[in-house]
Every structure is written in C-alpha cells, then in structure tokens.
Design a protein around this ligand. Structure first.
Ligand code: NAD
Length: 499
C-alpha cells in the first residue's frame, strides 16, 4: 500500500478511516479496508443547501475558467494514478491493468471537458420577423446529484463530474456503499485543487456516503434539477419514477445484457480474444460485459472449442499479481447469484463449462472460473443480467436471426458483430440492425472510449454520458429573441393592434 501514502498529502489517510457503519471490505481477501459514517438526514439537508449556494457562485464563473479547475484536477489525478489504481484494485478487485485503465478514463474525461469548456455552443436562428434575431443559449442547470455503482467506482463519477463542473453546476455524489474509499480519495484530490482555486466556491463538490436511502433522498429532492444514476435496472426504475414525480430530470445508466455475433467471415483469432476479454474480463462485472454469444453454425465448433480452451487457461486469482486476468467477484451475494443462474441454465437444458469456485491459497475472496453455457435457445436466465462472468452461447443460421436475437432482450446497452462482410456490418449498424446505444464491428461490446456518448436504450435507461454532446444533459437550454427594430411585428403574421 506504499503508493496510497502519496494521497495523505491531500487529506486521504486510509489508516484514519476506522469509524462508521459503511464498511469497505476488499473482495481480494475480505479484509476491512476502512470505515466511514453514513450521512444522516439532517446533515444531508445542510449539505444540499450548501451545494446549491455553491452553484449560485459557480455559475457566474466563465466556462473556460471552470475548465481550468477541471484541468488542474485531471493533472492531480495523473500524478496520483498509481495510488488511485491501487485503491480500485483493493476495493473492487480489478486487475492492475484494468484499474489503471479506469483512472486513465478519469484523466481522459477531464481533458475532454477542458476543451469542451470553450465549446458550449448554442445556435443562432433566422427570425421570420424583421429587425429580430434569435439564438439558443445553454445555461448552467443547478446542483447535480450523482449516484454510482460499485463496478466503476471512479470513472462513472468523473464522466458526470467533469462535464457538470464545466457546465457551471455544483455536484453531490452518493457512491456505492461498497466503494466508499475510492470516492473519498477522488473527493480529497478535487477538494485540494478547489481550495487553491480562488474562483471555486466552498462545497462545489460533496460526497454523501450511505446506502440506498441516501440515493432515495437525492431522487426525491426538488433542489436537484438533475439526478444521474448508474446501477441496476431495479434501482433506475425507482429513481426514474421519483425524479419524474417532481418534474426533475434523470440520466439513467442501468443494466446491460450485451450480445456478440460471430459471422461466417469472422477472423477467429480476433473473435476469441475479443469475446474472452469482453465476457470474462473484469470477472464479468462490467455493464458492457458480453453475456450472450450468437455464433454462425458454420463457425460454431471452431470458435466455441477455442473459447472453452481459452477459458480453461485463464489465470484467475489475486488481481494484484502479474499475469492474473480474472480477479474476484465483489462479494458473497454475487457468487450466489452466479451459482443460481448456472443452476437455472442447467435446468433449461444448458451445458455448463466452468463456473466453479476457485480456491486461491491464502485469499478468502470469491474467485470463480468464468462460465460458458451452451443453450439451444434463449431462456429466462439468459434474458436477464447476472452480474458475473457467464456467457450464454447460441447457434444461428442467418444474420437477420442473429440481429433479432441481439435485440430480443429488455436491455439495450452494447452490442458487437465480428465479421469481414461489409453488407452484414452495414446491416448491423443500420436502422434495422442493433437496437443498442452502442454497436461495434470487430471489437467486443465493452471498453468504450470517453469521446463517444455512452449509454443504452430500453431498460438500460436511455441516458447518455461522457463524450459527444452528452454535456447538454447538464445544462438548460434557453431560446432568446431580441427585437432591435422599434416596431412590434408578431410571429405568424398575427395582428393585434392596440390604440
Ligand atoms: P445497484 O443498483 O445495487 O446500486 C447502484 C447505486 O444505487 C448504489 O449507490 C446504491 O446505493 C444506489 N441505490 C440502490 N437502490 C437505490 C434506490 N432505490 N434509489 C436510489 N439509489 C439506490 O448496482 P450495483 O450492484 O452497484 O452495480 C451493478 C449494476 O450497475 C449492474 O446492473 C450494471 O449493469 C449497472 N451499471 C451500469 C452502468 C451503465 O453505464 N449503464 C455502469 C456501471 C454499472
């Protein structure tokens, strides 16, 4: 934990976090990493009032200056990248390379947001009235509530935070109760940068630790015009209804049940590598994890045979060890959910390969061999998201059938086709193709770059975060008309003459 000591200088001291009912337990070995108190209702209300007051000051700061704060924060994250990655590995169990990749995402979105802070463009619009001009302007929205899931404990917050801040908003963050420490470390870095930035008001960014009730308070709080919530579809359904009930906006990033299709012309080496990373990587705990695989009949035996061999040789174990590709599941309930899904698949006639517990000497975490399940047809268990490394495999005959299979679930996050056939690729990307928010050719469904808008359709919630024009969700749009003519012509030729 040597690199973690570098965070002490900004106020994050793991050794001091010994009080409170939110307990961070490492999935690597069950060790308690630290404890923090949950936020109570009185403290919550005061924190939101302070965050709203911070918004009233921050919205007056020019957007490029706001970008400068985010630039400095990104620089601080760069300097502390090894420590932050180590913390992700300890708290979530990601292998070192994936943990470093997650911190890199934080850095990337900061860079993106800095550029964006000079590009919050509105439109000018031709007015039908003489001596008038019209324009559209984007204004800061208010205090943004951010609820995050355990599996991307830094990146998801940063997608929201970097954009919300350059858009002129203050932010309040309810991290997963399973990952309180990664949140504290990032918050300490941002706090340090903010303290030394004269334009930034106090309480621009707040962390509210707690279980789901803190998320429920955010969803029901009319002081928050936007609640961005990442997690399960069950959670999103609750948040969506609560926020809509008060006419707030929600930005929802929920569960996925992502498919890959391997077509007759697929490059087999590429397919096997892409599938294995997407399905078994991160121990199957990405929202974009490949959970269903449709393989053309002509390629089935070759591709699935190689996949089984690749899975059997995957090194599962301590995520800190060089060479490990699959770390632990987050906790016991995740292990139980995986085993009960495999049992349901067996009862549906599936052939299960792998999925068993793996004993890692000296470590008491929940380690499993990623599973492949061959099924004759989709069934209830393959239609739902089980947040574990299970890949359901089906045969298909025509690309139309494979696309229909891709689209036949309630989730609509990510999708992928491995092919060298241009016609098939274009069909998959067309209006008749994948119905997901993300559609890839010759790469798996996971591992998105921050430059694209990230999110999905249907029960994935419809939100878009990160790149492209996702920033518009964090601002309010105003259509403005200015009359410089001295006369008062009315639109649509309406006459209303008053003596
Ligand atoms: P979860 O839904 O259990 O918890 C997510 C967050 O919501 C936590 O902070 C939790 O405390 C809070 N929460 C739970 N119930 C709530 C409620 N009723 N009201 C308000 N807040 C509530 O999810 P998890 O187990 O932490 O994460 C795994 C899930 O997240 C998977 O379904 C995965 O697909 C999804 N996920 C989606 C994306 C995406 O971008 N689409 C990204 C990461 C994870």
């Amino acid at each position: 934990m040597k690199s973690l000591d570098s965070l002490k200088a900004v106020g994050f001291d793991l050794g001091a976090l010994t009080q409170g009912d939110i307990v961070s337990q490492s999935p690597i070995n069950g060790q308690t990493l630290g404890q923090v108190p949950a936020c109570g209702r009185v403290d919550y209300d005061q924190a939101i009032d302070r965050a709203v007051a911070a918004f009233h000051r921050w919205r007056r700061v020019p957007a490029p200056r706001r970008g400068e704060l985010v630039r400095l924060f990104g620089e601080a994250v760069r300097r502390h990248k090894p420590a932050l990655a180590e913390l992700i590995t300890l708290e979530v169990g990601k292998i070192t390379s994936e943990a470093a990749g997650e911190v890199q995402e934080v850095i990337d979105i900061c860079d993106f947001a800095v550029g964006l802070s000079r590009q919050l463009y509105g439109l000018t619009i031709a007015s039908e009235r003489p001596g008038h001009h019209m324009q559209e302007r984007w204004h800061p929205l208010g205090t943004v509530g951010i609820i995050t899931a355990f599996n991307f404990p830094m990146a998801v917050w940063s997608w929201n935070a970097a954009l919300a801040l350059i858009c002129g908003n203050s932010i309040v963050w309810k991290p997963s109760e399973k990952t309180p420490l990664t949140a504290l470390a990032l918050a300490a870095l941002l706090e340090d940068v903010t303290r030394n930035f004269p334009d930034a008001p106090a309480h621009l960014s707040t962390v509210l630790q707690g279980r789901r009730e803190v998320g429920e308070w955010l969803a029901g709080d009319a002081r928050l015009p936007l609640v961005s919530a990442t997690g399960s579809t069950r959670m999103g359904r609750d948040v969506a209804v609560k926020v809509a009930g008060r006419f707030g906006r929600s930005l929802l990033e929920l569960g996925g049940n992502n498919a890959m299709i391997v077509a007759p012309t697929a490059n087999e080496d590429l397919a096997v590598r892409a599938i294995t990373f997407a399905a078994a990587g991160t121990a199957g705990q990405r929202c974009t994890t490949a959970r269903r695989l449709f393989v053309h009949t002509s390629r089935y035996d070759g591709v699935v045979g190689r996949l089984k061999r690749a899975y059997a040789s995957l090194s599962v174990g301590d995520p800190r060890a060089a060479g490990t590709l699959v770390g632990p599941l987050i906790d016991e309930p995740a292990f139980e959910a995986m085993q009960s899904a495999l049992q349901a698949a067996r009862e549906a006639g599936g052939h299960v390969h792998g999925g068993e517990r793996i004993d890692v000497p000296g470590l008491k975490g929940h380690y499993v061999r990623p599973a492949i399940v061959e099924l004759a047809a989709p069934c209830a268990v393959s239609d739902r998201e089980t947040f574990a490394p299970i890949l359901y495999v089906f045969r298909y005959e025509s690309i139309e059938d494979a696309i229909a299979g891709n689209n036949a679930v309630m989730q609509g996050l990510s999708s992928s086709l491995i092919t060298r056939d241009l016609m098939e690729a274009e069909l998959f990307l067309s209006a008749e193709g994948s119905d997901c928010g993300i559609a890839n050719i010759n790469i798996g469904p996971s591992g998105a770059e921050i430059g694209g808008a990230f999110g999905g359709e249907k029960e994935t919630g419809g939100g878009r975060e990160s790149g492209s024009d996702a920033w518009k969700a964090y601002m309010r749009r105003q259509t403005q008309t200015v009359n410089y003519s001295g006369a008062l012509p009315l639109a649509q030729g309406v006459k209303f003459d008053v003596e």
